[in-house]
Design a protein around this ligand. Structure first.
Ligand code: NAD
Length: 322
């Protein structure tokens, strides 16, 4: 089986590629990535030498190339996106271009090339926020920021291809991922790298609650969906590990032996969803279980950033005048 993974040099995409290359030596895994600021081939060092792994640099908007290239591919797993909400509040048009136009181009190429399966990676943020309880896959989408709106728009295109062309797609909506190789712009990777540098952490709002899942648990869930998921269905991926931004910050600070004087209050986002939560019973019914508890996963992740400064210290975000 030939599997093309878009965005395979990013955070979740690279975890999925590493997982698949190691677990299925008889599959051929092609990592197709533009290498934006968030794409990094260092994330794939562990598998770069494997005969069943291949990297192709390219843009999901390149319809002509992909319509030809995908003729030799069985399954597409589509992670490529602009993924950082803060950036979408700054330059939202780039999010529409990559996440909506890019997904549309890729869908069209995959339709023309007759790929057998298309796994579309969306997000729990498409539901908008929820104060109590959790969203089921059948709940309506009500995104509140340009990032989640672009992801919801992409889903609408996927669904339109399913209805119009009987296109073989499955939609996946994971909650907040954490783990090694996450670009230092999201709360856990950003705060840990700053504390390792003995810098303060900019907390924009203590109250919003997010649910966290280790990226390897997500990679395994997508593997299960790829093999056992029902065509045209949507699957939430989640846990019950809910923490406010302040609670997460306190855990990271405590791990690095600092105190709350390291928290610097900064202005909140123009709008910030208060809580995301999904019902993930459907993926559990396929046989998936969370394997990495939050406490253990966080401990391993923070230790990883401490032991792997080579991976992050040259990013512009991590440069400062000592
Ligand atoms: P990321 O920002 O780490 O990686 C995105 C990757 O896409 C990068 O490697 C980048 O180079 C590539 N890319 C961007 N534009 C491209 C283009 N035009 N053509 C080809 N490649 C391109 O993202 P991530 O955090 O790994 O998220 C992956 C997917 O999962 C995204 O679709 C995101 O919306 C979704 N998601 C992420 C989270 C999370 O917590 N990180 C949670 C739920 C869903």
């Amino acid at each position: 089986m030939k599997i093309l993974v878009t965005g395979g040099a990013g955070f979740i995409g690279s975890a999925f590629v590493r997982h698949m290359v190691k677990k299925y030596p008889h599959y051929h895994i092609i990592n197709f990535d533009k290498l934006t600021y968030a794409g990094n081939l260092d994330n794939l060092r562990e598998v770069a030498h494997c005969p069943n792994y291949e990297f192709v640099r390219g843009d999901i908007e390149n319809l002509n190339f992909l319509a030809w290239f995908l003729k030799h591919v069985d399954v597409v797993v589509h992670f490529a996106a602009e993924s950082h909400v803060d950036n979408s509040i700054g330059n939202s048009l780039l999010f529409t271009k990559t996440n909506v136009v890019g997904t549309h181009s890729l869908l069209e190429a995959a339709r023309v090339a007759k790929v057998k399966k298309f796994i579309h990676i969306s997000t729990d943020e498409v539901y908008g926020d929820i104060m109590e309880g959790c969203f089921k896959e059948t709940d309506k989408l009500a995104p509140n920021n340009p990032y989640s709106a672009s992801k919801a728009a992409a889903e609408m295109l996927v669904k339109s291809y399913v209805k119009t062309y009987k296109f073989p797609a499955i939609i996946v909506r994971p909650n907040n991922n954490y783990g090694p190789f996450q670009f230092p712009e999201k709360i856990i990777s950003r705060f840990s790298t700053r504390l390792i540098q003995n810098r303060k952490v900019p907390l924009h709002s203590p109250n919003p609650v997010r649910t966290y899942i280790h990226v390897l648990d997500t990679a395994r869930a997508i593997d299960i969906i790829m093999h056992k998921g029902v065509m045209h269905e949507t699957y939430n991926i989640g846990t019950r590990d809910e923490f406010s931004n302040l609670e997460i910050t306190q855990k990271i600070i405590a791990f690095f032996g600092k105190d709350e004087s390291y928290i610097e209050k900064v202005d909140d986002r123009l709008f910030n969803d208060l809580r995301y939560s999904v019902d993930y019973s459907k993926i559990k019914a396929l046989g998936w279980e969370q394997e990495i508890s939050f406490d253990e996963g966080l401990r391993q992740t923070l230790a990883w950033y401490a032991h792997n400064t080579w991976w992050w210290e040259n990013f512009p975000e991590c440069q400062y005048n000592k």
